[in-house]
Design a protein around this ligand. Sequence first.
Ligand code: NAD
Length: 497
Amino acid sequence: MANLIDHWIGGANAESTPQRTGDVFDPATGQVRDRVAFAEASDVDTAVASAAEAFKSWRRTSLSRRTNVLFAFRELLNRHAGELAEIITAEHGKVVPDAAGEVQRGLENVEYACGIPNLLKGGFSENASTGVDVHSVHQPLGVAGVISPFNFPAMVPLWFVPTAIACGNTVVLKPSEKDPSAAMFIAQLWREAGLPDGVLNVVHGDKVAVDAVLGHRDVKAVSFVGSTPIARYVYETATGNGKRVQALGGAKNHMVVLPDADLDLAADAAVSAGFGSAGERCMAVSAVVAVDPVGDELVTKIAERMAKLDIGDGRRGSDMGPLVTAAHRDRVTSYVEAGERSGAELVVDGRGVRVDGAEDGFWLGPTLFDHVGTDMSIYTDEIFGPVLSVLRAPTYEHALKVLDDNPYGNGTAVFTENGGAARQFCEEVEVGMVGVNVPIPVPVSYYSFGGWKDSLFGDSHAYGPDGVHFYTRTKAITTRWPDPSHGGVNLGFPQND
Ligand code: NAD
């Protein structure tokens, strides 16, 4: 009987007897590792009640005590980073060094949140009116819901939870049901770091749990990361229920290669960012736009590099692991079939890849299409797998128009040795995160992360300064202390003098 991964409420396993559960697989073997509890609305109620109760004292806990917890958590996360990476790989399938990288990028956000006393400073104006001072404070919102996707089971929760908590909020986290153990491990580290029970709760499950979070009266804010249709649904539903929402959606990230680019550098980047984590990254490169005349040479260089990739179990030193589930692998494979039918040139076919001793794993090898058209489904849809499309563009202007016409605007990169061209691209492109001669960049923690267009619904990006802004509301306080020179009734509208 598989182990049950239970909810984490009030600083302990909920000891629930769930009506529904889901299978959690080891994608490299195809075997079920564990079952995960699926929350009903009543389980979410219990978690929100725990968070609402904890909020009463956590919001008043001094900045110095909050910071002590953050520093302790930072140390623990650092110490257990290797263990967490193994947990991620076991359920997600990405190779261990990649999982370790995800933990490091999450850790950055903890370090940013350690500076919360400075980040929460308000303003003060002495003598705004004679003898009257005005100051502002940033106060927490209450219970925040965090709903995260499967592809970064540690990093995405760490984008939100440290900042939310540092600002004085309490959290109900609903991680992906496909790889829930990283969130549980992180919750236990928070407890060990001294976070009071109930400040962070974890509920597992599917749409039932998400809907209960979106509709709960005591949830004041929702941070969501996932696919665009669900992000749009979460944004519309939760804002309709009066909540503050940031909902980050899917992506189709273009890498534009200009004629003067270093093609070896560009090919390295296309392969790294196209096939890292088997293409299951919101910042994966999925479309390379080669500006004439570099297309043929670039495709040759990309294919050469792909031939050297070792596909296998992420715990055994391979370059690329399996996809997360059989259903997802089959969906990605169906796009490869659709690409062939639509007339794109299949340069490298990843179907039929075999991994000795792990035949039941959810494998699909790296796949490359050339001469892809903007009307083909391999281009229009986010595939979220190891399928890279190359489009040809006669000019820079044509390449830019391809990006402009695409509904997504998460990340992009331009490869060129011309500073003026790079600068023009950065200024003109309608995309939230831009790289120059680097594959699609995830901004460091002291900037914020967020796409444009259909890649983000709401007006706050994740973590960094936007994160602090999102998880607080500002109060302006006008103060006058008794002064014998002032007094008397005046029904006129208050003015400054
Ligand atoms: P998903 O949209 O299927 O699921 C995300 C979360 O929503 C999960 O917790 C899931 O349980 C829940 N969910 C799923 N279906 C739901 C429904 N019908 N109603 C309510 N909730 C539902 O996404 P995924 O497959 O887990 O993750 C991959 C997607 O996430 C990709 O589209 C990827 O681009 C995107 N993503 C975006 C970013 C970003 O920063 N923009 C980062 C990582 C992943």
